[in-house]
Design a protein around this ligand. Structure first.
Ligand SMILES: [Ca+2]
Length: 200
C-alpha cells in the first residue's frame, strides 16, 4: 500500500465514522422530541375543510385551500368571524406524542388578521394553551392570551405559549373567542405554520 492509498483508506474511515455518528444523532433527536402532525395544514382530514392531525370544535374554523395570503404552502386555517352566530369559542387542538415530563416546550402559530371595517366587530381574543391529562382530566399547564385588537392587520404575527407538561401527555390548543355582539360580527383570522420547539 503506497502513501496515497493509505491516505484514502484513512479518509474513508473518517467518513464512515462521521456517517455513523450523524445517523445516531438523528435517531436520538427524532425519539426525544415530539413533533406536530400537519403543522402547515396542507393535508386534509376526512373532509377538505378539516386539517389532518387536528381536532376542532365550535363554528367556522376551517382548513382553507383558497384563502390568501398563506404563510407557507397553499393551505391555512381560516376563522370566519363574520359568520359566527353565537358567543361560544371555536378552536383546534392536537395531542402530541413523545412529550417528556418537566421538559419545557414552546407552542406557536402564525396569525394574520383580516380586520372588520368597524373594530368593535372584530373577534375578542386568541388563546394559545398547553394541557396535560391529570387524573383523567385535561389540566391547563400554560396559557397565553392575545387580544385581537392588538394584532396588526394583514401581517403574519408569531403567537407563542411556553410551559412544561405535568406528565408525558401534551395537548396544544388554539382557542378563539368571538365578539360578544350577536349579529354584528366582522372580519376573519388566518392561521398557518404551527410549531413546537424546546424552550431556548
Ligand atoms: Ca400552510
Amino acid at each position: 500500500m503506497n502513501r496515497r492509498r493509505n491516505w484514502l483508506v484513512a479518509l474513508g474511515c473518517v467518513l464512515i465514522s462521521g456517517g455513523i455518528v450523524s445517523a445516531k444523532v438523528t435517531v436520538l433527536d427524532d425519539a426525544a422530541f415530539p413533533k406536530l402532525v400537519n403543522p402547515s395544514f396542507e393535508d386534509s382530514g376526512d373532509a377538505s375543510d378539516r386539517a389532518a392531525g387536528w381536532s376542532r370544535w365550535g363554528q367556522w374554523i376551517n382548513r382553507e385551500d383558497q384563502w390568501t395570503p398563506v404563510h407557507s404552502g397553499r393551505c391555512i386555517l381560516g376563522y370566519h368571524h363574520w359568520e359566527i352566530t353565537d358567543a361560544n369559542t371555536s378552536g383546534v387542538y392536537q395531542d402530541v406524542a413523545h412529550a417528556v415530563t418537566g421538559t419545557g416546550y414552546t407552542f406557536g402559530i402564525y396569525a394574520n388578521l383580516d380586520k372588520a371595517k368597524n373594530p368593535t366587530r372584530d373577534a375578542l381574543s386568541i388563546e394559545l394553551r398547553l394541557e396535560s391529562i391529570v387524573n383523567g382530566q385535561q389540566q391547563i399547564v400554560a396559557s397565553k392570551l392575545y387580544k385581537v385588537a392588538d394584532l396588526v392587520p394583514d401581517q403574519w404575527e408569531k403567537l407563542t405559549v411556553s410551559g412544561a407538561p405535568s406528565n408525558d401527555s401534551l395537548r396544544v390548543l388554539v382557542i378563539i373567542t368571538p365578539s360578544p355582539q350577536n349579529g354584528a360580527r366582522g372580519g376573519a383570522i388566518r392561521f398557518d405554520d404551527a410549531f413546537l420547539e424546546p424552550i431556548s
